[in-house]
Every structure is written in structure tokens, then in C-alpha cells.
Design a protein around this ligand. Structure first.
Ligand SMILES: Cc1cc2nc3c(=O)[nH]c(=O)nc-3n(C[C@H](O)[C@H](O)[C@H](O)COP(=O)(O)OP(=O)(O)OC[C@H]3O[C@@H](n4cnc5c(N)ncnc54)[C@H](O)[C@@H]3O)c2cc1C
Length: 237
């Protein structure tokens, strides 16, 4: 585990959706900032709070450079995100990382189901990109992404393009508050993995989001007959 403090410099920011931005960082002290897809970094933010540490999953895949990308949602009255969203390019951040054990298993050669809500997509995107870039073996990949509205779907173009190009990759963006003009999947993420994996076939699940969603997925998957070894997860609160 990388426990020493390092410096990251904010190099670029892009608006992803109304409340969400992509933040790009460089680690000037290292020619290559290496990490396993799924891991996170923890910043010590200069904010007035009892705890100044805030963790963010890396949304990019390891590229052999010293750059990494985060996707962050602005939380109302959130001290850390308020600071980050001031987004002054060139600001230096102190961080530790990469950290965490939410990573791909050695054997990916099964059906793989990624389930995320909101910015919980970050580590899933890193893993999926890595699998594609490294040509890791898999039977199929299903990405179930939950948000409230169509405008909140993160990395939509990228995953739509991947689904068009790759018949083994299925993208299911499901909306809990769909408008009348939405003809895609509706409801919470749970209905979808329960439907697609009702047969209990050999599969591995990767879940990321807020506590309640992750706990509910674990319970439902256990009820479908999947044991702990098949269920990998990261909680954001
Ligand atoms: C391992 C890990 C990885 C994470 N990765 C990401 C990531 O990739 N992107 C990302 O945006 N966040 C991520 N988070 C959440 C992040 O660490 C912060 O908790 C979040 O940015 C809020 O910080 P804040 O200082 O703005 O809010 P705070 O001042 O700490 O909290 C304000 C209030 O908002 C609530 N809150 C916290 N997070 C959320 C949320 N996401 N949605 C709604 N309410 C919330 C808190 O419970 C609190 O009541 C991750 C958390 C963990 C533990």
C-alpha cells in the first residue's frame, strides 16, 4: 500500500453533467503513476472540517503516464467538493494512493456484471477500459448504471459507442425518474441484474455507489445464489 504523501497538480477540468465534472491530475514527482483499476486516492484538502481527508476512485485506466482522472459530483453543503469545484488549474493537492482492494480478480473469464450509481461509475469505468485495452478474457460484460434523469448519465457517449462496437458489451443506463420521452430501461439497478442473472449462471459482480445501494445488491445477489467470492464492492459512505 502506498502510504506516503504525494503531490498531484490539477491540470484540466471538464463538465460531464450539470452537477458532475471530470478532474484530471498529474503527479509531477513520478514518471508513471501506477495503480490497479478500481483503486482510489485520498486527498488532504485545505478545508475547515474535523476530517480533511476525502477519497475519490480513479476513473481512468492505468496508461503508463503520471496522469489520472476523477469524476466528482458536487455535494450540496459539501466542504470537500465545494473546494474541488473552485477548480483552479495548477493547484497542488496532497494525496496518498493508490489505495483499496476493489480490483479485478485474476480470472476475468466469466460473465462480468458492473453495477454503479452516480459517480460509483468511476472505478467500474477504469476496470472496463482496462479489460478492453489489455484484451483480458471475458464471456460478456454488462454495465448497469443507475441515475435519476437522462441528463445524469455519466460517460454515456463512451459506453454507447462501446456497446455499438462490441456485441459482448451491454450498457444498461436505467433511470429512476424517467421522463415520458425516455424509452430506455427504467427503475433502480436492482430490477436489471435480478432479471439478467436470474438463472444464477457463473458470473462476477462489481458494485460501487452509496452504502444502501451496495448493501441491497449484496443481499439480492446472495438470494440469487451468488457467494461472497463472486461479489466485489466499494462503498462511498
Ligand atoms: C473509497 C471512496 C471513493 C469515493 N469516490 C468518489 C468518486 O469517485 N466521486 C465522488 O464524487 N465521490 C466519491 N467518494 C465520496 C467522497 O469521498 C466524498 O464523501 C464526497 O465528495 C463528499 O465530500 P464533501 O466534503 O463535499 O461532503 P461532506 O462535507 O463530507 O458531506 C456533506 C454531506 O453530504 C453527504 N454526502 C457525501 N457524499 C455524497 C454523495 N456522493 N451524494 C450525496 N450526498 C453525499 C454526506 O453524508 C454529508 O451529509 C468516495 C468515497 C469513498 C469512501
Amino acid at each position: 500500500m502506498a502510504r506516503e504523501w504525494k503531490t498531484a497538480v490539477l491540470s484540466r477540468v471538464e463538465q460531464e453533467t450539470a452537477g458532475t465534472k471530470r478532474f484530471y491530475f498529474k503527479v509531477p514527482g513520478e514518471p508513471v503513476f501506477d495503480f490497479a483499476p478500481g483503486q482510489f486516492v485520498t486527498f488532504d484538502l485545505p478545508i475547515e472540517a474535523k476530517v480533511r481527508l476525502r477519497s475519490y476512485s480513479i476513473a481512468s485506466s492505468p496508461a503508463g503516464t503520471n496522469e489520472f482522472e476523477l469524476i466528482i459530483v458536487k455535494v450540496e453543503d459539501g466542504k470537500g467538493t465545494h473546494y474541488l469545484f473552485s477548480e483552479v488549474i495548477g493547484t497542488e493537492f496532497q494525496f496518498i494512493g493508490p489505495l483499496g482492494k476493489f480490483v479485478l480478480p485474476e480470472n476475468t473469464n466469466t460473465d462480468l456484471c458492473f453495477i454503479g450509481t452516480g459517480t460509483g461509475i468511476a472505478p467500474l469505468r477504469s476496470m472496463i477500459r482496462f479489460i478492453m485495452e489489455k484484451n483480458l478474457p471475458y464471456n460478456s460484460i454488462t454495465l448497469i448504471f443507475g441515475s435519476r434523469f437522462e441528463a445524469d448519465i455519466l460517460y454515456r457517449k463512451e459506453f454507447d459507442a462501446l456497446a455499438s462496437a462490441n456485441s459482448k458489451f451491454k450498457f444498461i443506463p436505467t433511470l429512476s425518474r424517467a421522463g415520458h420521452d425516455w424509452n430506455g430501461p427504467k427503475g433502480y439497478v436492482h430490477d436489471h441484474y435480478k432479471h439478467h442473472f436470474a438463472d444464477g449462471r457463473d458470473a462476477q459482480f462489481f458494485i460501487c455507489g452509496l452504502n444502501h445501494m451496495v448493501s441491497q445488491c449484496r443481499e439480492n445477489l446472495a438470494a440469487l445464489g451468488y457467494s461472497k467470492e463472486h461479489i466485489h464492492f466499494e462503498k462511498y459512505d
